[in-house]
Design a protein around this ligand. Structure first.
Ligand SMILES: [Zn+2]
Length: 345
């Protein structure tokens, strides 16, 4: 099979021929039709996240089962599938409680610790594949269906986790990115009033199209004041921070209203002077939430919502597998609005 492979940190992808994968016991091989190209995997390409080389990256796949190993009963040849990003044990207390992102025996991620979707075929343990629902025309829309497992499921989890209600004001920081733009769309589906925050105003047209009511350029002036201004001084009900650096977290804390929920994804951790005061949390009954990826149940829910037409994933551009290097250069430079995807099969 052909695959775009990483051979060292921050070096270009190389197109190479590999032997086709063969399904061992408990494993399944699928033919890849498309694979999402997001910032998480660009961190791998850039060498900011560690992997063992050579490695084939990519986890937001649409694929079709072509071989089923021994002791696999839940999948058959011809099934349309996507992948669950985390490699979980399925048996610890967190996995059993539908909170697999906290798995005690996590062994890594698809496309990071095992080879992923920038290839013609992908081999994974059977339980890493999620069967696509009937009625989801994945052959007609492989790029859109592929990104549901992360770019739609992660926002859907945030709707649940931060308990977003119709009419609440939700500020999305990093709204022009792949997760951010889909977050705007999912929050619009949840009937929230959305403030799109980004440092690249050329991405705001896409944010409005996805359902935002207002946009704020975080590179221009005081973000805290702008957020307070746009909420009549009340602060936002919910702030979802996909950037989570010192500047955005400090603004988020100062512009989170009473009863507000701040959800933190991404970022390299809290700055030392993260100004959280006990009284600020207590008196305003505010909540600060960590959130990572989504549960299997949430991925399934996201796929069902897409299958029945309630939600549609936003993929802003696609390219061929051999064009991955060029696309990733633009991802690194922040030039891709929303989520891109690679067409493979
Ligand atoms: Zn587990």
């Amino acid at each position: 099979m052909r695959a775009m492979v990483l051979t060292a940190p921050n070096t270009p992808f190389q197109m190479r021929d590999f032997a086709d994968p063969v399904a061992g016991q408990g494993e399944v091989v699928a033919k890849v039709l498309a694979c999402g190209a997001g910032l998480t995997i660009q961190h791998l390409r850039a060498g900011r996240l560690k992997v063992d080389y050579p490695r084939i990256i990519g986890h937001e796949i649409t694929a079709e089962i072509v071989e089923v190993g021994e002791n696999v009963s839940n999948l058959k040849i011809g099934d349309g599938v996507t992948a669950y990003y985390y490699l979980t044990c399925g048996s610890c207390r967190w996995c059993k409680a539908d909170r697999e992102t906290l798995c005690e025996n996590l062994t890594g991620n698809v496309g990071r610790d095992v080879d992923g979707g920038y290839a013609e075929f992908i081999k994974l343990p059977a339980n890493s594949f999620i069967k696509l629902p009937e009625g989801l025309d994945y052959k007609a829309h492989p790029a859109e269906v592929g990104v549901v497992t992360d770019a739609v499921a992660t926002p859907l989890k945030l709707i649940n986790r931060s308990r977003i209600k119709p009419g609440e004001t939700v500020a999305v920081i990093g709204a022009g990115g792949g997760l951010g733009l889909n977050m705007v769309a999912v929050a619009a589906w949840a009937k929230a009033d959305i403030i799109a925050v980004d440092v690249r105003p050329e991405k705001f047209a896409a944010c409005y199209e996805a359902g935002a009511q207002l946009s704020l350029d975080a590179s221009d002036g005081d973000l805290t004041a702008a957020l307070l201004d746009s909420t009549d001084g009340q602060g936002a009900d919910v702030i979802i921070d996909f950037v989570a650096d010192k500047k955005t977290l400090e603004a988020s804390v100062q512009a989170l209203g009473k009863g507000g929920r701040l959800a933190i994804l991404g970022g390299g951790g809290l700055p030392n002077n993260f100004p959280i005061l006990g009284n600020w949390i207590k008196n305003g009954e505010r909540e600060i939430l960590g959130s990572r990826y989504a549960t299997r149940r949430e991925v399934g829910h996201a796929l069902d919502l897409v299958a029945n037409g309630e939600l549609w994933p936003i993929v802003t551009e696609t390219c061929r597998l051999e064009e991955a290097e060029e696309l990733h250069k633009r991802l690194e430079d922040g030039l891709v609005t929303g989520r891109a995807a690679i067409r493979v099969g």
